[in-house]
Design a protein. Structure first.
Length: 219
């Protein structure tokens, strides 16, 4: 006669302990998943931010590389502006664009201006389609280029004179020009010149990153 084998079930304490262990594992898994999701969101945000910065820097570099030594003549008989001019809230450049559909046409010349709104920490860009605009409304609307910019510093290299703050050197200058800056900036008394510095360095101070220098040689 075989001996009966009795199986003992889980006691209430053991059942509660098992449920507590399962609950703890579930909580730990949920926390790990939440941490992974937060890390993913942070990486995506940083990736988007770096992409925005990369686009802005590439555009500024392209404008610097396209700078041409030609004066800008604002509309309404305003005084001419230097090929490279600094304003109280940014800078402006005369640049040479691409040829039209007809390759025999001369390259198009533009005037590009950058303006930093320190209150909103936004960097804006606008373009005049010609260096001799007839009307003020010929200027294209401003385009938001980059956010989170706390400051922008500019200096230029003028050969033997070396590095100088801003975009004014010691080359051959024309007549004095004062009053409101027709590039869209604040009034800046200056002498105007068609010459360009040998190099321009623009340093953007970005939130969460710090200073980012951009150095381009023009000659």
């Amino acid at each position: 006669m075989s001996r009966l084998r009795h199986t003992r079930g889980l006691t209430l304490i053991e059942l509660v302990a098992a449920m507590a262990i399962f609950a703890l594992v579930a909580v730990m898994g949920a926390q790990a998943l939440s941490a992974m999701l937060r890390q993913r969101d942070g990486l995506l945000d940083r990736s988007d931010r770096m992409q925005e910065i990369s686009v802005a820097i590439s555009l500024i570099r392209a404008d610097l590389n396209a700078a041409v030594p030609m004066l800008f003549f604002p509309p309404e008989r305003a005084p001419p502006r230097s090929a490279a001019a600094e304003t109280l809230d940014g800078f402006a450049l005369s640049i040479g664009g691409q040829n039209g559909l007809n390759l025999n046409d001369p390259p198009r010349m533009h005037r590009v201006s950058y303006r930093l709104d320190r209150h909103t920490r936004q960097l804006w860009r606008t373009v005049w389609p010609t260096l001799i605009p007839a009307y003020r409304n010929a200027q294209f609307p401003e385009v938001l280029l980059l956010e989170g910019v706390s400051d922008m510093q500019i200096r230029s290299h003028w050969g033997q004179a070396g590095w100088k703050p801003g975009l004014s050197g010691t080359g051959d200058f024309g007549l004095g020009a004062g009053g409101p800056d027709s590039d869209g900036g604040a009034p800046v008394p200056q002498l105007y010149s068609s010459s360009l510095p040998r190099a321009i360095e623009i340093t953007l101070h970005l939130d969460g990153i710090g200073p980012v220098p951009l150095l381009e040689t023009l000659q």
